[in-house]
Design a protein around this ligand. Structure first.
Ligand SMILES: Nc1ncnc2c1ncn2[C@@H]1O[C@H](COP(=O)(O)OP(=O)(O)O)[C@@H](O)[C@H]1O
Ligand SMILES: [Mg+2]
Length: 424
């Protein structure tokens, strides 16, 4: 689909113009001196198709109350009007009936991104890369997120490796030692202690009973009258004392605790060594695990980078030689901004073609910057790809088909046959 006719009235610099385009693809020059309304004509097309925010700030020509642009697209007629209340869009079909949701229809016909393909050459590196990713259907968001995650994690793990290396270095090296159970010995010790306490108590008891007996002897001497009594008591107490002595003999000799204590001390020392051995072995194990984890993450990063390279290599690029290096678009291996003017034009047009809008129309606002060779390249491309290319040029006549504008009106229209002149 192409634009058959453009009519603009009181739009920006334009008073009233009607341009009838030759059928099919090809360049069409909008020529004229400075400030005559060339860009206004191109903006009129863009504003008619592009929705509310495609209108310039002041669309209506100064001194007028309303403005209007009409585009004949064959299948549709697009009318956009501006007045004090704002802007109105009407799209009618071939039968003259109004189309519902006219802007949605236009959005399906027209790729805003492709309207001026050389905008691509003027975009910054990042925006260029974004456009190309859209055209080639590449989305690195998930890969970028995974890569950033793995990278951050590896940084943390490497930090843990260094910390753990310091921990291991601080710990003494100890030969492998097993801990020995000392519960049995402790029981023996407490039995012995209990026995010895009992023994001591019994000793004290025997001693005091003997003292009692001696007291009784004294009493015998002192108290003749109570001699018999005292003797009886003495005999009785002797008997008790002898009984106790017999019990004492039953208890057996005193047990020596020194060897038990010595054995306990030895075990404690062994167990300290066992703990030190275990601690260092665990720390070394942790260090090995950390190192292995860091290596795994490095492999992850390599795999992510390889996946990105594979996606890029397999992406359908609109032009051979076009690629992406991070956020830089490259052409033939060099940054796109460093490609020749002709190469930049060729790539930009190819990107517009890859977007493949139904309305096959692009504009080149800075046509004056194109030399004859570049313009011929554009004309050949336009014919080959069946695109209408409106080229704005500061000139008092056209090289091929086009119009010359003067004072906001069409002064002169060169016919379609003028295309031959471009290639002469
Ligand atoms: N709404 C408007 N009313 C009147 N003049 C305008 C309006 N908008 C822009 N202009 C004038 O139009 C001229 C620029 O028109 P433009 O179409 O860009 O010219 P060209 O591309 O031919 O150099 C400027 O002189 C500018 O002041
Ligand atoms: Mg201009």
């Amino acid at each position: 689909m192409h634009v058959h006719q453009l009519t603009a009235e009181n739009f920006k610099r334009l008073q009233l113009i009607t341009i009838t385009f030759p059928p099919g693809g090809g360049t069409f020059e909008i020529a004229g001196a400075n400030s005559v309304g060339k860009t206004s004509a191109i903006d009129a097309v863009f504003a008619a198709l592009g929705g509310k925010d495609a209108s310039p700030e002041q669309p209506i020509r100064a001194g007028q109350r309303s403005g209007r642009v009409v585009l004949e697209l064959g299948e549709y007629r697009v009318t956009r009007e501006w007045d004090a209340r704002g802007t109105r869009l009407t799209v009618t079909g071939a039968d003259g009936a109004r189309v519902g949701s006219p802007q949605t229809l236009l959005d399906g016909l027209f790729a805003r991104l492709a309207f001026d393909p050389l905008d691509f050459t003027r975009q910054g590196g990042r925006a260029q890369a974004e456009t190309l990713r859209r055209v080639a259907g590449l989305d690195f968001a998930e890969l970028d997120r995974r890569r950033a995650g793995a990278f951050a994690e590896r940084t943390d793990v490497n930090r843990a490796v260094r910390r753990q290396e310091a921990v291991v270095a601080e710990l003494p090296e100890v030969a492998e030692t097993a801990e020995i159970d000392r519960v049995g010995l402790s029981a023996r010790l407490s039995t012995a202690s209990r026995h010895n306490v009992q023994l001591e108590q019994a000793l004290g008891y025997v001693k005091s009973r003997r003292e009692d007996a001696e007291d009784a002897e004294d009493e015998v001497a002192a108290l003749e009258r109570k001699l018999e009594q005292a003797r009886a008591r003495r005999d009785q107490r002797r008997a008790v004392a002898e009984q106790a002595a017999a019990a004492l003999a039953q208890l057996g000799p005193e047990i020596d605790t020194a060897p038990i204590l010595e054995e306990i001390a030895e075990i404690d020392q062994t167990n300290r060594r066992a703990r030190a051995y275990r601690e260092r072995r665990a720390a070394t194990e942790q260090l090995r695990a950390n190192r292995a984890h860091a290596e795994e993450l490095t492999l992850d990063l390599d795999r992510i980078d390889a996946e990105r390279a594979r996606l890029l290599a397999e992406a359908p690029m609109p032009v051979a030689g076009l690629s992406l290096d991070g956020d830089t678009v490259t052409f033939g291996g060099v940054p796109f901004a460093q490609a020749s003017a002709a190469e930049q034009v060729r790539v930009s047009l190819a990107i517009a073609a890859a977007l493949n809008p139904r309305l096959r129309l692009v504009v080149i606002r800075e046509g004056s910057l194109l030399d004859g060779a570049s313009l011929r390249l554009v004309a050949a491309w336009a014919q080959e790809h069946d695109y209408q290319v409106l080229v704005e040029r500061v000139a008092d006549s056209t090289l091929g088909p086009g119009v010359v504008i003067e004072e906001g009106r069409v002064k002169d229209q060169a016919p379609a046959e003028a295309a031959g002149r471009l290639f002469a």
